[in-house]
Ligand binder design. Structure first.
Ligand SMILES: *Cc1c(COP(=O)(O)O)cnc(C)c1O
Length: 295
C-alpha cells in the first residue's frame, strides 16, 4: 500500500487592488487540489496516521466529527482508497446531508451519539470497539503528533522563502506542523494562524503541545465571525466576491475566514511593503453545499 502524497500542490498568486496598495504579494498553496474529497490538510494529517494504523495491522479506522466534518469525509475516502473499513461517530441526532451521504458512499458506517457522550471520545471508542482488535482510534479532526508531522511537509515543498505564512486553525494541528517545518529548515518566516472558533486563544496551548521546539507564532483571534460554522452577511459577501474574482473556491467555515483576515490585515497595513505572503488553502470545500441558504 502506497500512502505517499504523490501530488505536489501548486502555488498560485492572487492579484488585486488591495494587495497592490499594500505593496504585498499574496500566494496560495493549493492543498485544496490534492484530492477532491481527502482534501488539503486532512490528507496531510491522515498520511502518518494511516501509516501507523497499517504498521499496527489495523484494518478499521474509527473517528469522530460533526455532521459536516471534512475530516469524516476525508477518512471515509482514504479508508476506501486503501482498502480499510471505517466508522464515523457523529455528534448529535441522526441526520443526513451531502457530507454524510458521501461518507456512506465510501462505505463508512455512521454511529450518531448525543452531544454529552460525544465529549469523551476514548470512552466511546471503548464502548463500541473495545473487543475489536482491528479497530484504530483517530482523534477528531486528525489532531495528533502524526497529523502535525504530515502538515510539516508543506514547508519542504515551498520554492521560495516567504515573509509570512497563514492558515486557518480548528484544532491547531496544521499550524503546529507548519511551525515544526519552519523550525526544521531554520526559516525566518512569520507564522500566522486564523482560529475559526470563538475565543481562539485557547489554541496557544494546543499548538505548543505539538511543537518539537518552542517558536513564536501569531493567533489572529478576531476573525471567527461568531464561532465555528457561524457567518455574517459581510463574510458571505466577501466570499462571493473572492470566488468570482479568483476562480478559487473557499468556504464560510475555514478558508473564507482565513482570506478575509489576510485582506483585512492588508487594508490595515499589517504587512511591510514588499512582503511575500503565503496562504495555505487547506481545502474542505464540500460543506459549502450545506450552507446555500446563507448565500
Ligand atoms: C480541518 C480544517 C482546518 C483546521 O485544521 P486544524 O489542523 O484542525 O487546525 C482548516 N481548514 C480546513 C479546510 C479544514 O478542513
Amino acid at each position: 500500500m502506497d500512502i505517499e502524497l504523490d501530488f505536489l500542490s501548486p502555488i498560485h498568486q492572487i492579484k488585486n487592488k488591495i494587495f497592490d496598495e499594500a505593496e504585498i504579494n499574496v500566494f496560495v498553496k493549493r492543498d485544496d487540489l490534492i484530492h477532491p474529497l481527502i482534501s488539503g490538510n486532512k490528507w496531510r494529517k491522515l498520511k502518518y496516521i494511516l501509516k501507523k494504523a497499517v504498521a499496527e495491522n489495523k484494518t478499521h479506522l474509527v473517528t469522530f466529527g460533526g455532521a459536516y466534518s471534512n475530516h469524516l469525509l476525508a477518512t471515509s475516502a482514504a479508508a476506501a482508497q486503501f482498502g480499510l473499513k471505517s466508522t464515523g461517530i457523529v455528534r448529535g441526532e441522526m441526520v443526513n446531508n451531502d457530507i454524510l451521504f458521501l461518507c456512506k458512499l465510501h462505505g463508512m458506517e455512521l454511529q450518531f451519539v448525543d452531544r454529552a457522550s460525544y465529549q469523551d471520545k476514548p470512552a466511546l471508542f471503548n464502548k463500541y470497539f473495545l473487543n475489536d482488535p482491528d479497530a484504530f482510534f483517530i482523534n477528531e479532526g486528525g489532531a495528533s503528533a502524526e497529523g502535525a508531522k504530515g502538515c510539516s511537509e508543506i514547508i519542504g515543498e515551498l520554492p521560495q522563502i516567504y515573509d509570512h505564512v497563514f492558515c486557518a486553525s480548528g484544532t491547531g494541528t496544521t499550524v503546529a506542523g507548519i511551525i515544526n517545518g519552519i523550525n526544521e529548515l531554520n526559516l525566518k518566516t512569520q507564522i500566522n494562524s486564523v482560529p475559526i472558533l470563538k475565543n481562539g486563544s485557547f489554541l496557544e496551548n494546543e499548538i505548543e503541545l505539538l511543537l518539537n521546539k518552542k517558536h513564536p507564532f501569531t493567533l489572529h483571534t478576531d476573525y471567527h465571525f461568531g464561532g465555528y460554522a457561524k457567518t455574517t452577511p459581510e463574510l458571505i459577501s466577501f466570499i462571493k466576491q473572492f470566488i468570482a474574482d479568483t476562480g478559487m473556491l473557499i468556504d464560510p467555515v475555514n478558508t473564507g475566514k482565513l482570506f478575509y483576515a489576510i485582506f483585512d490585515l492588508a487594508t490595515k497595513k499589517y504587512f511591510k511593503p514588499g512582503s511575500n505572503v503565503l496562504a495555505i488553502h487547506t481545502g474542505g470545500l464540500w460543506g459549502i453545499l450545506g450552507m446555500q441558504e446563507k448565500f
